[in-house]
Design a protein around this ligand. Structure first.
Ligand SMILES: Cc1ncc(COP(=O)(O)O)c(C=O)c1O
Length: 392
């Protein structure tokens, strides 16, 4: 009789995935780093991408990550997608895959503070130069593009919610033969699908609207099979892969993205209209307001105007801080795209990395308050901002 394995061996080797015939509404979480092969040759062929299969979750792939990636590619209208540990890991990988020492990249001067910091502090250490242009000045963009390895822009810019004319910018990049990358985080895949304007890399911080509940950190890039394969090769060596649970949470988030974005947009519009008429508010920045400088671009390009807005309180930084600190329902805090309303004073928090001159060039006033409008009842939000502005 064969000797029975000991307790430890049985505990380690005894678990088996049962065969599942039926479909389930959510994809299983393959919480695993590695996968078994029948033979070393199978392993060698799979890790060399000469046959399909999974070898190692860091970069080589994982069934749960692959499910999220193919869902994203389908929603973005691209051939493929690749998931990352964070939005910044995604952006870093796109930049370091397309550019190397001695190369130059052209970027919008209206960017999330973390991206600006990556471009001005980290990439120069690799010998990659970034030149900044206004995405709203097509002549300046056309002049800067020749010889660049990449053009980089945000669909709706963080924090002052200007809207880039992606159709025009995509055409300029194609004419110059420069690959184009767009951070589509503020719009989400539901409001905008930039691949149709010829953008080669569509980037999201999945932490925001894709996840939608402020409970995960993740990133994703959609593009052609060839470009995604290049990103994968970088990540296999650098790490920065999404974790399976995060991919599962992201898929759960995507299932309700359209409903959430419609409600975020409706709430933001109500709040923008309220703030716009308020005596203590100098300016409201919201693509849905006819006064917004790119309102027409937004109408053409976006399926809705989104949940992000910004406003300047009369009285500058101090009045802005008093307003934030007096809010009872909305939270003062970082991140965006979740169910609850969050406010941030841009100059001292999300965009602290930019020097005052760069902030001014990007149109970020010293008192600008960025608002991620959540899914609460709009009357409650308006009441909260009304009482806070009284103390401004
Ligand atoms: C527009 C935008 N892109 C990228 C990021 C970075 O994403 P993550 O925090 O997931 O690294 C952020 C984060 O706030 C963002 O607002």
């Amino acid at each position: 009789m064969e000797r029975k394995h000991g307790f430890s061996t049985r505990a380690i080797h005894g678990a088996r995935t049962p065969p599942v015939e039926q479909e389930t509404p959510s994809v299983p979480i393959y919480q695993t780093a590695t996968f078994r092969f029948e033979t070393s040759q199978d392993f060698a062929e799979t890790i060399g991408f000469r046959r399909p299969g999974f070898t190692y979750t860091r970069g080589y792939g994982n069934p749960t990550l692959q499910a999220f990636e193919s869902l994203m590619a389908g929603l973005e209208g691209t051939e493929s997608a690749f998931s990352f540990a964070s939005g910044m890991a995604a952006i870093h990988t796109v930049l370091t895959t397309t550019a190397a020492a001695g190369d130059r990249v052209v970027a919008s001067n209206e960017l999330y503070g973390g991206t600006y910091s990556l471009f001005t502090k980290v990439l120069p250490r690799y010998g990659i130069e970034v030149s900044f242009v206004s995405p709203h000045d097509p002549d300046a963009v056309a002049e800067a593009l020749p010889g660049a390895k990449l053009f980089y822009v945000e669909t709706i810019a963080n924090p002052n919610v200007t809207v880039a004319d992606l159709e025009a910018l995509g055409a300029l990049c194609r004419a110059a033969g420069v690959p184009a990358a767009v951070d589509n985080t503020f719009a989400s895949p539901y409001l905008c699908d930039p691949a149709r304007f010829g953008f080669d890399y569509v980037i999201h911080s999945a932490t925001k609207y894709i996840g939608g509940h402020s409970d995960l950190i993740g990133g994703v890039v959609s593009g052609s099979e060839e470009r995604v394969a290049e990103l994968r090769s970088t990540v296999i060596e650098t790490g920065g892969t999404m974790a399976p649970l995060e991919a599962w949470l992201s898929m759960r988030g995507l299932a309700t993205l359209s409903l959430r974005m419609d409600r975020h947009s409706a709430n933001a519009r109500r709040l923008a209209e309220f703030l716009d008429g308020h005596s203590k508010v100098e300016q409201v920045h919201y693509p849905g307001l006819p006064s917004h400088p790119q309102h027409d671009v937004a109408k053409r390009e976006l399926r809705g105007f989104g949940g992000m807005l910004a406003f300047d309180v009369a009285g500058g930084v101090d009045a802005g801080s008093r307003t934030c600190d007096s809010l009872k329902l909305a939270w003062v805090g970082g991140s965006l795209g979740g169910t609850l309303t969050l406010v941030a004073h841009a100059a001292s928090t999300t965009h602290r990395q930019m020097d005052p001159e760069a902030r001014r060039a990007a149109g970020i006033g010293d008192g600008l308050i960025r608002l991620s409008v959540g899914l609460e009842d709009p009357e409650d939000l308006i009441e909260d901002f009304a009482q806070a502005l009284e103390k401004a």
